[in-house]
Design a protein around this ligand. Structure first.
Ligand code: GRF
Length: 229
């Protein structure tokens, strides 16, 4: 059966678009069962609608607290029986109950080379720290914000004349390569999380995840399998 994704967004949804494009190009053998947003104004919702994907919007004002909001998300998402929950610019802290409910199925993209620069304003922090390398990371989500086990990272150089915007643009371009690639491994059933850590084909992966530019043979191209026509 096709691997079913649920994508959670709050904003522009350019990562969502990269995933849609990868599926439509036949590179990612998965389907997006639903896109959920916590913002009615999220531009990414229009991307989902254009692609014919079901959308859900939940407004936090309608719930007494985070726990109730997150239970409502679980109730909505579970109707779509997702295999993987994809956080793509979802700007809310998740409750432990939500994280545990989707343990091993919940993945995030973060705009830094984790474990460096957790939290917000990562591009500014990388510049201010004088980093020469910056980038993005895809990781399984744990209770620690931006602290879950890293799956893969992609680097960019920090240039002498970079500002937050130029660096952010360069990192985002790499996000659009990295996220669909990691989801390919998930969709093929190769990528799991167990008490030993992240496993690919049942083997532990490097401690800081794979480097997108130095992937081992067998990870660089999608494994043969059914493709969406
Ligand atoms: C990305 O930079 C991602 O790393 C971060 O939020 C941003 C989302 O951008 N988690 P978009 O909504 O996918 O355009």
């Amino acid at each position: 059966m096709t691997h079913r994704l649920a994508v959670l967004i709050s904003g522009n949804g350019t990562n969502l678009q990269a995933i849609i494009d990868s599926i439509e190009a036949g590179q990612l053998p998965a389907s997006i069962a639903v896109v959920l947003s916590n913002k009615t104004t999220a531009a990414g919702l229009q991307r989902a609608i254009r692609a014919g994907i079901a959308t859900i919007t939940l407004n936090k004002e309608n719930y007494p607290d985070r726990a109730a909001f997150d239970q409502a998300m679980i109730a909505e998402l579970d109707q779509f029986q997702p295999d993987t929950i994809v956080l793509a610019g979802f700007m809310r802290i998740l409750s432990p109950a939500f994280v545990h409910h989707y343990s091993g199925r919940l993945i995030n993209i973060h705009p830094s080379l984790l474990p460096r620069h957790k939290g917000l304003h990562t591009h500014l922090h990388a510049i201010e720290a004088g980093d020469t390398e910056h980038g993005c990371s895809v990781h399984f989500v744990s209770d620690e914000l931006d602290g879950g086990p890293i799956i893969a990272r992609a680097q960019v150089p920090v240039l002498a004349n970079d500002n937050e915007e130029t660096l952010s643009n360069r990192v985002q371009a790499r996000e659009y390569e990295l996220y669909p690639r990691v989801l390919e491994w998930r969709a093929a059933g190769r990528l799991t999380l167990d008490p030993r850590g992240v496993q690919l084909d049942g083997q532990p992966i490097p401690a800081d995840g794979f480097d997108l530019d130095q992937l081992p043979a067998g990870l660089t191209t999608a494994p043969a399998g059914p493709r969406r026509s």
